[in-house]
Each structure stands twice: as C-alpha cells, then as structure tokens.
Design a protein around this ligand. Sequence first.
Ligand code: SAM
Length: 187
Amino acid sequence: MIPLRNARYLSQSFLEGFVRPGDTCVDATLGNGHDCLRLCQLVGEEGLVHGFDVQEQALQSSRQRLAQAGVLERAHLHLLSHGQMESVVQPGVRAVLFNLGWLPGGDHGVTTRTDSTLQAIHASLRLLQSGGRLLVCCYPGHAEGSRELEAVRALASALDVRRFNALFCEFVNQGAESPKLLVVDKA
Ligand SMILES: C[S@@+](CC[C@H](N)C(=O)[O-])C[C@H]1O[C@@H](n2cnc3c(N)ncnc32)[C@H](O)[C@@H]1O
C-alpha cells in the first residue's frame, strides 16, 4: 500500500493489485511517461498500454523512459488527443488513467481542456470492461484546471449508480487548490 501523500500517489495505489498481468490499460495523458511506465510494469509482458499525448516532446520523453526500463514493446504511443481514443483502442480496457494539466518542464499553455477532457472521460467509460476502473487526477490551481475539476465532478455525480460507483478524494489539509482524485469503477 502506497502511503497517503497526495492525489497523484493515491491514484497509483488504486492501480496496484488492481491491474493484472495481461490486461490492456490506457494512459490518457502521457506527459513524461512516469504513469505509463508503472502501467507497463503492472500489465507485464502479455499486456498492452495505450498512451496518448498531443505533444511530440511527451511521446519522446515517454518512449525513452519505457525503453530504458525495457518495457517499450508493451506500449502503443499515440500522438493524438485522448478525445479520439476510441479510434485506436478496443473495448475491454481494465483501467484508464488521466493526470490532467500541462507537461512538467514544458509549455504551460498546452494544458488539458475541459471539453476534450469530458469527451475523453465519456469515451473511457465506454471502453472500460465490466469491473474496470477510471482514475482522474485534477489540478484546480489554475483557471482551466479549476473549470475541469468542476466539470469532472459534475460528470461523475451524474453517473448512473446502477452502472458506476464514483468516489471523489480530497486531502482536506492540503489547501483548496491541492490536486483531487476521481475514481470510478464500472459495474
Ligand atoms: C500532467 S501531464 C501528465 C503526466 C504524466 N502522466 C506522467 O506520468 O509524467 C499532462 C499531459 O497531458 C497532455 N495533454 C494535454 N491535452 C491533451 C489531450 N487533449 N490529449 C492527450 N494529452 C493531452 C499534455 O501535453 C501533458 O503532457
């Protein structure tokens, strides 16, 4: 069990022991590939991870990280908005992970946007297998991130309770702008 630290670490703890060897997973926001690497390790040699980002820099950085760890062949990396994931991912996905915002060390102007984030979350919920899990780490410390958080929360609150269980996690002593985590399990 990963100790409580922040929403991002918490999202990883929801993957440990949940993603199994042979599973197919999606990293909807590759960034520098840290989350994708963990997913590749969890799905093992027989598994597959689809990764998405709109910046070539992110794909290069992720490709390098996965290659160094010897797991690059477990990943399909797409220079494509996560809103388009259904054009390359088949249904039956075990877990989809979003870590919203901008590329650390990159251009803060290229950040995830509310409209495409919502589109991608709806696509993810369709692609998940029965028993599958969605994780969305939201960063309300900037204007678009704050809009995203409210929209993501509203989407989750409206999900049919017969088909989904949605949990919203907030570290109540880390300040109002601290990252928040949405976890949705599909029945
Ligand atoms: C906070 S970073 C992700 C960090 C990453 N998970 C890691 O482990 O390093 C967010 C990423 O989302 C990407 N992004 C922004 N809009 C996107 C979109 N529409 N589709 C996919 N990725 C997008 C950004 O380019 C950025 O690299």
